[in-house]
Design a protein around this ligand. Structure first.
Ligand code: ATP
Ligand code: PRP
Length: 213
């Protein structure tokens, strides 16, 4: 008998790009996810279920084995930073960049920098690699406001079109990482459930490759 398998999807922006890709890989939710308040969905495959959770919770479900596979932004995975997770496939959706940004034309102070971000782990590691002393200030959204209000010299945030930065008088400075969404699995379940997981990776890889043609 085929063992049941659960895929954890990030709700919000990534979900909009995920559902068409899943469909191209032959996985269809049994009902319209956008129209439902449910968090768990059957699919056209008897053994595959989808759960829809906050983007930042996906690595946790996968690491602890509550979900067998997940779909997460590279930014979220970098922040979660677990050696127990692996990324078998770049889905090339929800692409953007993780960058530093500051007020336009504003010179940064020479000494310690105040950096506002929700990506505190990423920021700590990045500035440590740069040999730069920083105070990291944790925010949960609207990072662009911090330099305007004098709360921070720099922010670390997602940039896509750059419109949010421009609209607030900021400019991108340094690229920390290109970001796209990844299929994520735990190293343990890749071994234990290889026979269930690998065909899903293969069909999603084929869907991604078809898009590249
Ligand atoms: P939550 O609602 O759980 O706090 P969030 O507001 O960051 O999370 P979304 O805005 O849906 O959730 O973003 C989720 C993911 O989508 C990010 O982690 C990133 O990988 C990607 N993303 C975020 N902003 C953009 C953007 N402007 N363009 C493309 N991808 C983006
Ligand atoms: C994301 C991100 C930036 C913006 C970047 O915000 O935090 O603010 O998108 O995109 P842009 O370069 O195309 O303007 P989002 O809209 O998800 O809002 P939130 O992070 O405050 O929830």
């Amino acid at each position: 008998m085929t063992q049941p398998l659960t895929i954890a999807l990030s709700k919000g922006r990534i979900l909009d790009d995920t559902l068409p890709l899943l469909a191209e890989a032959g996985i269809h939710p049994a009902e319209d996810i956008h129209k439902s308040r449910k968090l768990i969905f059957d699919t056209n495959h008897d053994h595959i279920k989808l759960v829809v959770i906050r983007a930042t919770d996906v690595p946790t479900y996968v690491e602890y084995g509550a979900a067998d596979l997940g779909i997460s932004g590279k930014d979220v995975l970098m922040e979660y930073n677990s050696p127990n997770l692996c990324e078998p496939l770049d889905l090339k959706i929800a692409t953007c960049r993780l960058m530093t940004a500051a007020l336009k034309d504003r010179e940064l102070p020479a000494g310690r920098l105040k950096v506002a971000t929700k990506f505190t782990g990423v920021a700590k590691r990045y500035f440590a690699e740069q040999g730069r002393q920083v105070d990291i200030i944790k925010l949960y959204g609207g990072m662009e406001l911090a330099p305007i209000m004098g709360l921070a010299d720099l922010i670390v945030d997602i940039v896509d079109t750059g419109n949010t930065l421009r609209a607030n008088g900021l400019e991108p400075r340094d690229l920390i990482s290109d970001v796209s969404s990844r299929l994520v699995a735990s190293r343990a379940s890749m071994k234990v459930k290889y026979n269930q997981i690998q065909p899903i990776i293969d069909s999603m890889a084929a869907a991604v490759a078809r898009r590249d043609q």
